[in-house]
Design a protein around this ligand. Structure first.
Ligand code: FFO
Ligand code: GTP
Ligand code: K
Length: 459
């Protein structure tokens, strides 16, 4: 990625009204910009100075705090200048325009999404996993996710990955030193306990992978879709799980014509629950709107990680349910929920069936909802281990999996009689590259582009 050091500026706070709002600029040397904006005022680095923010004609736009960070002691590692004004969208736009105008001679331009953080990465203020954690912290939808992102931002995830890289490098160096003395290869694995060292790395990697995979759940959550005949209580169940009335509940069959989705959290795991239009058998005289709703339902089912198939326990399954079950995609776990047990007289319970787990509950009476929550956590693979979690991204999990794969090959080479040390060393190198890609030591430019373009502007 080319290192563009031309100065940039953007509104750093969220769009909309707020108590305060910040316009931030970053560049190699912003002393001229500071002088143009605040003539006659000397800004002391890292000290807030209360100043008027004036337009080019000298008219005051706002009054606020100016904050100057001298390179390299800043977020980006460059000079950073902040104008902390009042948080109105119009004021902030005017302040940004003024900053861009005052910096015209410096070629100051509007920052691209994520460009401040990209510079922090390129200037070694953050590694890639930490930079990603910045975006994940901002996007966190639950406290548990925010905690894990913050954990990664502080460098805890990077540190354990780095330790794996170091151990891999050490073993590699040992092996490569031996490659020059082929007559000693045979004894090498014994003497250096290379197999034991490799096992140590694999075990450590497994632990990191587990913490990262659990953390990824906090980030990604599960897509849960509710399907069933009209009036079985899908909307009521969504409300019971969500704890508020997000879906329309009425006794009229076919009330929910379009999908309603709600993200709730169970033990910090975001569950994106989609309530769908009730499915009726095609010959039951449905209108066009309802048919479109049903088609959308199948669209949602296609994206689901878990399908909740609702039935009315007091009525039992109907013809439409056969059609529903027949249309389920293979491989997606299904929970069959028998609702309205207050009418049917069933006890709240879980019954592991042959093809799907059966749960008996009442959405309306809020009986047995915890059984469903626990089942969703089980399907998600959530384990309460008490160990700290890293809010990993899919990219990190892929790299960890591939590193594990290479270490497995390395172990196979070490186990063979004609111990092929060069192949052993090569697999270690490949594992090392995978691990290094997590923190960004070996990351292609186009991937960096993708990662940072998903940030918001001003970050
Ligand atoms: N006003 C304001 N608040 C903010 C930010 C910001 O840019 N501006 N941040 C932006 O995301 C976050 C804080 N991140 C920051 C990270 C490093 C430095 C910094 O000045 N680092 C220097 C000095 C460190 C030190 O004094 O120990 C350095 O790394 O050399 C500043 C903010 C959240 N809050
Ligand atoms: N007795 C009883 N009634 C319930 C229960 N759950 C839902 N109901 C009632 O069943 C009716 C239909 O509930 P909804 O949640 O709107 O059903 P739906 O499946 O979303 O319906 P559609 O929008 O037509 O697909 C309402 O009158 C609910 O109050 C329950 O556990 N017990
Ligand atoms: K309904």
């Amino acid at each position: 990625m080319k290192l563009d050091t031309s100065p940039i500026a953007a509104i750093a706070t969220a769009p909309g009204r707020g108590g305060i709002g910040v316009v931030r600029a970053s560049g190699k040397d912003l002393s001229a910009l500071a002088a143009a904006l605040f003539p006659g005022t000397k800004l002391t680095p890292r000290h807030a100075t209360y100043v008027p923010f004036k337009d080019a004609a000298g008219t005051v736009i706002d009054e606020g705090l100016a904050l100057y960070f001298k390179a390299p002691h800043s977020y980006t590692g460059e000079d950073v200048l902040e104008l902390q004004g009042h948080g109105g969208p119009v004021v902030l736009r005017m302040l940004l325009a003024r900053v861009l105008e005052a910096g015209r001679d410096l070629d100051l331009r509007l920052a691209e999404p994520g460009e401040f953080t990209r510079r922090a990465f390129l200037n070694d203020k953050l590694d890639l996993a930490q930079a990603e954690a910045v975006a994940d912290l901002i996007d966190a939808s639950t406290e548990a996710a925010a905690k894990s992102a913050s954990q990664s931002l502080s460098g805890a995830f990077s540190k354990v990955v780095h330790e794996l890289v170091e151990k891999t490098i050490n073993l590699r160096m040992l092996v490569e030193a031996t490659l020059d003395f082929p007559e000693e290869e045979i004894d090498f694995l014994e003497k250096s306990n290379a197999r034991g060292q490799l096992k140590g790395i694999v075990d450590a990697l497994e632990a990191v992978f587990r913490q990262a995979a659990q953390g990824a759940l906090l980030r990604e959550g599960l897509n849960v879709v509710l399907v069933g005949q009209p009036n079985v209580g899908k909307s009521s169940l969504l409300n019971a799980l969500a704890g508020s009335d997000v879906a329309i509940v009425t006794p009229i069959a076919g009330t929910t014509r379009d999908k309603v989705s709600e993200t709730i959290q169970v033990e910090g795991i975001p569950l994106n629950i989609v309530d769908t239009a009730g499915i009726r058998a095609i010959d039951e005289g449905i209108d066009v709107v309802e048919r479109i709703g049903i088609e959308r339902t199948w669209g949602e089912v296609g994206k689901a990680d878990v399908i909740l198939h609702l039935l009315d326990a007091s009525l039992g399954p109907a013809k439409a349910d056969e059609e529903i079950v027949a249309a389920f995609p293979a491989g997606v776990p299904v929970v069959r929920i028998w609702n309205k047990i207050d009418l049917s007289g069933h006890q709240p319970s879980v019954d592991p069936g042959a093809d799907a787990v059966n749960i008996y509950l009442s959405a309306h009476e809020k009986i047995g909802i915890d059984l469903l929550r626990a089942e969703l956590l089980r399907i998600a693979g959530w384990q309460q281990t008490g160990e700290s979690l890293y809010l990993a991204r899919e990219r990190h999990l892929v790299a960890l999996r591939q590193a594990r794969e290479h270490l497995r090959y390395a172990a196979e080479h070490a186990a063979q009689d004609d111990q092929s040390l060069d192949l052993f060393a090569e697999e270690l190198r490949l594992a090392q590259d995978q691990l290094s890609s997590i923190t960004g030591q070996f990351t292609p430019d186009d991937l960096l582009g993708v990662i940072f373009s998903r940030f918001c502007i001003g970050k």
